[in-house]
Design a binder for this molecule. Structure first.
Ligand code: ATP
Length: 867
């Protein structure tokens, strides 16, 4: 491979790293930039741009998949680095068999039916919420799901391994990273599938066994190369190696008592002692792992003799969103808190767990021991659904370091296989969790929910018709660690575990729906030389020793069935000295190339900075333009508002004027009459003016030098004309005066009219007031007349009484004259009689009669006089 091309690939790998950090678009822009830098902006760049858009391709359907592969296969031979893998995420379903207790509890309601090796049908059991909803017309009672493969309840562990994980392990030993994770409700058999039991091992120990079989006979037994950060290797000093050995011994010692059982089980598998080279089939039970052993020879023929391999493992758990190392030996002191580990990112944006313990293992047996030790530290608890329920997500990672021969060991490649046993999703009301269990369940459900969101977003982003959405990888620890695998770092595979319980039907349905989405996610598995930075070899002091060229590593890595003929020739024809010289030359070249690459990187960085600066300037300009536009639009708005106010003011002025006109209203008849007068006068004035005009015209003609009339006559006529003119002017002035005086008169008349109006209004008011007064007087008069009638009646009564009194007087005077003597007595009697009537009204009226009648008469007369 040419250096320029290699450099180009290296830069491309950086772009891809950027892709995981930022966005596809940013990476694509950078990529085009790099392509331009290398004068490669042509068909290839377009293809690469296409590659960046791949996640946006229509997912799922085989048609789409084929299209991708066809388009990529169009790439020229030289574009082999584009040999990427695009395939839907493999999702396997494993149905757990019923336990004896479950059968006794009549949990079998036929909820799960396996139609064919890809299809499964769920039937909602009676009384389940799903069935109730279905009866109400919401949702369906039957659901059909398809998977990459469905494993029946009777499937053995070995069959399951063969059908699901083996392919990933095979790719792994050939340098492709792998992630296997189980998903399902609690008590569905996730831990059983990954770890198995001591008698029936799960996919993890079986994978370990396959790996050790693969490296058998070329295992690097020293511990001086250790995984470091996400993808690097640390070369340990003697003392550090010793320390590693001590740590490992201490760890294994903690499980001494249980070693026996583990040894026995593993001994039943394909024996994997580092020194042994044969698989002793006579020891194997029929369903043991031996069936899965890849014939060693098949691999050994492919292995380049120079390479060696070493295996390191780590085991951690995410419990309540905290990462704990399960291989940290805790002191026996009670209440000692476990150390929380941090998740960091390397320069390529790949997440790794800082300070996580990596233990070198030399066999499957050791690997199983490590697993067991980790399990002892893992958070399990007895819940209502599962006696030993995992309360955390456990992550077991295996790193395979491929090294050159023992004399001059170099790292050629690092690959990682991760097994993640997710904690089971659960309904807290069903598990009747409270306290710590409830908190755990909340955290478990939350991280699973975020995983679901990430998978849904990945799926959405692959659909070009939909708006790309943010993938919330960073929202949980679990998804942060999964991120590289979903971004091309390796192959991922999902194992969905379900049980057939009727009482967990709804949760199972939810799990199935989730997996249906996951199955639609297209994975982009990048070749090693694209996806990652090459592994760096770090010295014991933590400083890089040498950076290996990933392309060279890839070439040397035995991932193909044929070894390069050229390489073989190189090795055989060269003498030891030549080989040393070549190595020296290569070293020099490497240093020179690295220097030039550094320079190039600096240039690229500078150019990128400039490009970014330019972009910033453009953004600033765009913003200032936008600001200007906004200013203009606001000004326009202000102007229109101003116009509006002006109109409103005009309208208001008009309304005021109309009101004033109404105030100064003159009756139309008067106005017309006055107008007629004015017109009449104006016409007269016009007539006079015309006459004047004619006269002056005549005067002019008369006064012209061409006139035949003699001058004396002309003078006379001039004088006459002047006089006439003066007279006319006088008349005009008089008429003007007259018009003025008439106008004044009209004005005065108007004023008089207004005054008259005012006077009339006042008179009307006075009139109404007087009418009111007259009405009052009338009422008074009536009452007085009534009084007068009453007085007359009383006077009549008085006169009749007077007459009666006179009659009595006469009678008494006759009697008096007859009886002189008793006269005094009779008068006294009369007086006493009169005095007796004084208390009566008649008596009282008697005394005052004269006086009252005169006063009444007086009132009556004055009234009459008034009337
Ligand atoms: N395929 C199987 N064959 C036989 N037994 C099984 C199978 N799968 C699971 N079991 C048994 O079912 C029980 C529950 O399994 P397991 O603990 O693996 O469930 P889980 O999904 O990991 O639960 P949790 O999420 O609560 O940890 C165990 O006793 C296990 O032995």
């Amino acid at each position: 491979m040419q250096p320029k091309r290699r450099l180009f690939l290296k830069l491309l790998s950086r772009c891809l790293a950027l892709r995981t950090l930022f966005s596809y678009e940013a990476a694509a822009v950078l990529f085009v930039f790099v392509s331009v830098r290398f004068h490669l902006l042509c068909e290839r760049t377009v293809r690469l741009f296409f590659f960046f858009r791949v996640p946006s391709l229509r997912a799922m359907d085989d048609e789409g998949k084929n299209r991708v592969s066809v388009e990529l296969s169009d790439a020229s031979e030289s574009d082999s680095f584009l040999d990427l893998a695009y395939q839907p995420l493999k999702v396997f379903l494993r149905v757990r068999p019923f336990s004896v207790a479950e059968l006794e509890n009549h949990e079998t309601q036929g909820c799960v039916t396996i139609e064919d090796p890809q299809t499964v049908i769920l039937h909602a059991p009676k009384e389940s919420p799903a069935m109730k909803n279905c009866e109400r017309g919401i949702g369906h009672s039957v659901h059909k799901f398809t998977f990459s493969r469905v494993f029946r309840p009777e499937t053995t562990q070995s069959e399951f391994f063969e059908g699901s994980t083996k392919e990933i392990v095979r790719a792994y030993v050939n340098g492709v990273n792998g992630l296997v994770f189980t998903y399902g409700v609690t008590n569905a058999g996730k831990t059983y599938t990954i770890q198995g039991t001591s008698k029936d091992l799960g996919i993890l120990p079986r994978s370990l066994d396959m790996i050790f079989n693969y490296i058998r006979g070329r295992q690097y037994v020293k511990m001086n190369f250790k995984p470091y950060l996400s993808n690097d290797v640390k070369k340990l000093e003697e003392a550090q190696v010793k320390q590693e050995e001590i740590i490992k011994a201490a760890l294994l010692a903690s499980l001494k008592e249980e070693t026996e059982s583990v040894s026995n089980t593993v001994a039943n598998m394909c024996h994997v002692e580092p020194t042994s080279s044969k698989c002793t089939s006579r020891n194997l039970p029929s369903d043991s792992l031996a069936e899965n052993c890849v014939p060693v020879d098949a691999y050994q023929t492919n292995i380049h003799q120079r390479t060696q391999a070493t295996v390191w493992v780590s085991f951690c758990e995410i419990y309540n969103e905290y990462v704990y190392d399960l291989l940290s030996v805790l002191s026996t002191l009670k209440n000692q808190k476990r150390r929380v580990l941090r998740i960091c990112e390397d320069q390529g944006g790949n997440s790794y767990i800082k300070d996580l313990k990596w233990i070198n293992i030399q066999s499957t047996e050791e690997g199983c021991k490590i697993l067991k030790i980790g399990n002892k530290n893992r958070s399990f608890a007895c819940t209502r659904m599962n006696e030993q329920s995992s309360r955390s997500h456990s992550i077991f990672s295996i790193r395979l370091l491929i090294l050159t021969d023992e004399h001059q060991p170099h790292v050629l490649g690092v690959s990682e296989l991760t097994f993640c046993d997710l904690a089971g999703s659960e309904r807290c009301n069903k598990t009747q969790a409270f306290g710590d269990r409830l908190k755990e369940a909340g955290n478990i459900n939350n991280s699973l929910h975020i995983l679901g969101k990430c998978i849904a977003a990945l799926k959405q982003n692959q659909n070009p018709k939909m708006k790309p959405s943010y993938i919330p990888f960073r929202e949980s620890k679990l998804t942060r660690l999964f991120q590289p695998f979903f971004c091309g770092k390796g192959k991922a595979c999902m194992i969905v575990n379900i049980n057939q319980h009727a009482n967990t039907y709804d949760e199972t349905l939810h799990v199935m729906k989730f997996s249906a989405i996951a199955k639609q996610v297209i994975q982009t598995v990048l070749p090693k030389n694209l996806g990652d930075f090459p592994p760096k070899l770090i010295g014991g002091d933590g400083k890089p020793i040498v950076c290996f060229d990933v392309n060279k590593s890839q070439d040397d890595f035995p991932d193909s069935n044929e070894t390069s003929a050229e390489e073989e020739v190189d090795i055989t024809i060269l003498s030891h000295e030549d080989l040393l010289k070549t190595a020296e030359n290569l070293k020099e070249k490497l240093v020179a190339e690295r220097q030039s690459k550094l320079l190039l990187e600096m240039n690229i960085r500078r150019e990128m900075a400039e490009a970014m600066f330019r972009q910033l300037l453009e953004t600033e300009e765009a913003w200032s333009n936008r600001l200007e536009d906004m200013k203009d639009s606001y000004e326009e708005k202000l102007e229109s508002k101003f116009e509006m106010y002006k109109e409103a003011i005009k309208k208001h002025a008009y309304m005021c004027a109309m009101e004033q006109i109404e105030d100064h209203y003159v009756p139309i008849e008067e106005f017309i009459a006055e107008q007629e007068k004015v017109e009449d006068r104006e016409s007269k004035i016009l007539q006079l003016e015309r006459q004047l005009h004619e006269q002056s015209g005549r005067l002019l003609t008369l006064g012209s030098p061409h006139s035949d009339i003699p001058t004396t006559e002309n003078d006379l006529t001039d004088k006459m004309m002047l006089k006439a003119n003066e007279g006319l002017q006088k008349q005009c002035m008089e008429k003007d005066e007259l018009i003025k005086s008439l106008k004044l008169k009209i004005q005065k008349l108007n004023e008089t009219l207004l005054e008259a109006n005012e006077g009339y209004r006042k008179m009307v008011e006075e009139n109404s007031r007087l009418k009111h007064t007259i009405m009052l007087k009338d009422q008074e008069m009536n009452s007085l007349q009534n009084w007068a009638k009453r007085v007359l009646e009383l006077e009549e009564t008085v006169s009749s009484l007077q007459k009666e009194l006179d009659g009595h007087k006469k009678h008494f005077s006759i009697e008096d004259s007859k009886q002189q003597k008793p006269r005094r007595g009779l008068l006294a009697n009369l007086k006493s009689t009169v005095a007796g009537t004084a208390g009566t009204p008649l008596g009282r009226g008697w005394g005052k009669h004269e006086e009252a009648s005169t006063s009444r008469k007086h009132v009556l007369f004055t009234h009459k006089a008034k009337e």
